[in-house]
Ligand binder design. Structure first.
Ligand code: 5RP
Length: 222
């Protein structure tokens, strides 16, 4: 395991402390989440089942012997555990590097507690160095791209990629996101946008950061 993977694994182990027996658990997507699924597989909590944010995560959870149910049948969701591409001090995030942003945002919105796990390379003062993913309806790809240029970004179509929902993704480069909530609202308001990977209206509640000196945990003030 390389250094970054060790930090991700440490963050995943710390995130496990938030898992509650008898509840449905929301599980995100990505390499940090894959470490978390490994931890789940080793410790085998008595959860009611999982709600998954992607086909890849569903496959992995089922292979590890966990029941995966639809969000429509799980009822209220307790904890949602996921990674991120960037996180700031307000626990606002950029997500969607793995292309699962829409389902991730739906599950985060439905969960009582959103626990985000990252390695220290994901911590930033200002969001936007990581290209901001925007999932769009295919016919709106160009019109949304032009509007994103007006908002100051440089959108690039993610080539060879279609989301689990059947849509393309534009990755928007060179944004300096000074006001994440304002930008999230502005992009969400563009006709044809399915989801923007800014998680500012619904940031994480708990951020677990793997560092060489151990994990650091911050909580969002109410
Ligand atoms: C997937 C995501 C992931 O959480 C994000 O891309 C981080 O991935 P990783 O844990 O592999 O660094 O938002 O859509």
């Amino acid at each position: 395991m390389n250094k970054q993977d060790e930090l991700k694994r440490a963050a995943a182990e710390a995130a496990y402390e938030h898992v509650r027996d008898g509840e449905y658990l929301g599980v995100g997507t990505g390499s940090t989440v894959n470490h978390f699924i490994d931890v789940l597989a080793e410790r085998r909590p008595e959860i009611s089942g999982c709600v998954s944010s992607s086909k890849a995560t569903t496959e992995r959870l089922r292979a590890a012997g966990f029941d995966v149910v639809d969000l429509n049948s799980s009822g209220a969701l307790g904890v949602y555990i996921d990674g991120a591409d960037e996180a700031n001090e307000h626990l606002e995030l950029i997500k969607g590097g793995g292309g699962a942003l829409t389902r991730e945002k739906i599950i985060a919105g439905a969960a009582r507690t959103f626990v985000c796990m990252v390695d220290e390379s994901k911590q930033v003062d200002l969001l936007g160095r990581f290209p901001l993913p925007v999932e769009v309806i295919e016919m709106a790809r160009s019109s949304v791209a032009r509007a994103l240029v007006k908002l100051g970004g440089e959108p690039e179509l993610r080539t060879g990629f279609i989301s689990d929902n059947g849509h393309p993704i534009l990755d928007v480069h060179n944004l300096e996101i000074l006001n994440p909530i304002e930008l999230e609202d502005a992009i969400n308001a563009l006709p044809g946008v399915v989801t923007v990977g800014l998680f500012a209206r619904r940031p994480a509640d708990v951020l677990i950061v793997g560092t060489p000196d151990g994990v650091q945990v911050s909580r969002r003030s109410a």
